[in-house]
Design a protein around this ligand. Structure first.
Ligand SMILES: [Zn+2]
Length: 186
């Protein structure tokens, strides 16, 4: 009897976990859709436009990004993911959330493996090679320029979100390459 239980209990546990996991993913996707998160790959593969006007509409977009990021428990979010093709991202760096408008990576170094998922892509996790130390130059919500150096997770998140603005998803081969901003080799 005891031997039967020893065999049965792990089988039941595995069955329960395998049964519950898809439910979590499906419920997660359902609630993310309700938040307005875009899953359409053709839409997400478009390049976002530079922000020229720092007005109330932009502030509304940024505020909406904050709400969606918080409710989805994400660590980064790009405007195209809520259906806005503009160069705006939120990057979680420790306890801070950086608002970056028109972000560009002006320095990057130390390539490492980043284990990732994305709020816009269900079911997938993947290791992506990204730079673990980057400096971004961006504008705040009022148009003022700033520079910020990020390392580790913050750098990976910034790289992932900036890729979104170029229509690149973490599942795409170009993810993390950022060739356009690489300084010429010396
Ligand atoms: Zn993403």
């Amino acid at each position: 009897m005891k031997k039967a239980l020893k065999i049965a209990i792990p089988i039941v546990l595995v069955a329960v976990v395998l049964g519950i996991y898809p439910c979590f993913v499906l419920v997660g996707r359902h609630s993310n859709k309700k938040l307005g998160i875009v899953y359409d790959k053709a839409f997400l593969h478009q390049t976002s436009a530079q922000v020229e006007t720092f007005d109330a509409e932009l502030h509304e977009t940024i505020d909406r990004l904050h709400v969606v990021l918080k409710r989805s428990s994400g660590i980064g979010l790009a405007a195209p993911q809520i259906g806005v093709l503009q160069r705006v991202v939120l990057i979680k760096d420790g306890s801070a959330t950086i608002e970056a408008v028109n972000p560009e990576i002006i320095h990057m170094s130390n390539r490492k493996n980043s284990f990732e998922s994305c709020l816009s892509i269900s079911w997938r996790v993947k290791t992506v090679k990204r730079y673990s130390r980057i400096t971004i130059r961006a504008q705040d919500r009022n148009g003022a320029y700033f520079e910020k150096t990020l390392s580790g997770m913050g750098a990976f998140v910034a790289s992932h979100e900036i890729d979104h603005l170029d229509g690149i998803l973490f599942t795409d081969a170009q993810a993390g390459t950022h060739r356009a901003y690489l300084a010429p080799a010396s």
